[in-house]
Write a protein that binds this ligand. Sequence first.
Ligand SMILES: [Zn+2]
Ligand SMILES: [Zn+2]
Length: 407
Amino acid sequence: MWRIENQCPQCGADTCLEETQRLFTCPFCRVKLFITVDDYFRYFLSPTAPGTEEAIFVPYWRLKGMFFSYDGASVHTGLVDVSHNAAMLDFLPSSLGLRSQTLRLRFVSPEIRGSFIEPACSPGDILSTIEDPFNPETPLLSEKTFVGESVSMIFSPIYVKDRAAYDGILREKMAVLPEAVSGALIGNRGKAKGTMSFIPSLCPDCGWDMDGDPESVVLTCGNCRSAWGASRKGFEKVPCSFLPLEEDSLLYLPFWKMEAEIKGIRLDSYADAVRFFNWPKAIKREWEELPFCWLTPAFKINPELYLRISQRMTFQAIIPSLKSDLPGGSLYPVTLPLKESFETLRMILAHSAVSKKDMAVTFPSLRFAMKKSGLVYWPFHVSGTELIRPDRQLSIQANALKWGKNI
Ligand SMILES: [Zn+2]
Ligand SMILES: [Zn+2]
């Protein structure tokens, strides 16, 4: 787990954040702030004992999360945890190795002295180079989906002296550079980009101090019973509903409920779903009008379980009537953003399709568009070390949830 050094914006105390932390509580002044960024987080490693040379910060993409690949027959899952040279400069190491785990990172801000090199490739370019260990030699398809728990950029310092590049941390010579390259590096005056903000975690509706875990991407207000996710403008309300508690359930797990328009197959209503998946059910007339909903975990969990839980929640039964509100009781934190969950729908569909052959043909032309979304809290019975949901024939090991927090 990476750590980020950060000064408390309120009291100035030196504090430390986890890489995935979004809700910051200052241990000194107790201020509670939610951290947001425009696009992705940018960190840098501090140069050691800086000399007179100006530090040149070179970018590395940092990608961490779940990885799904579909080869036309089945969906495979894995975890990605890589850093990769984003400057496309040959003399730089291709990854940061263990450096970012052993050294403390800091947030990039416009005051940082030095020049910042722009990335020359996108996270997608990096992912396409990742070997898929599961794919057969000649797969029918090679479709990949990455669900980023963390997509960020880390700047590592170098400096250039007498046409040679030096590591800004070890202060060792890395390479002698062609004149054009050293000239371009020295001449670069790129300033740090990106804005991040710390916003007070107060409910925009009633001003109450909201609840959340350090890794929560949605905060809840216990006073006016509302839920809020971060947006570029600050907080944005998230519609919530829940399955009313019929017995003593102990824990509510959050799911993203999505209605999607899919180009390529007809899956608008539950009647469509019965036809598409050959469910052994007689179609009731009202099902033609009942929008088909996807339910995917709104919390981090290992990708194989993610796929299984999504399948059971979405395809096991028609969604019962829900109450529009935030439930009382124990709520598991929302740690997986809606946008990321939406990206997985095509993989859940491929995994669940009855006709594998048809799916392989249809898959490349499938296009998903979000129609409607919200959070649904589903009550789970806690039995020993398991969380159980009989109506979905689902049991989740409690430690899978804890584990999921550290993906
Ligand atoms: Zn403070
Ligand atoms: Zn409120």
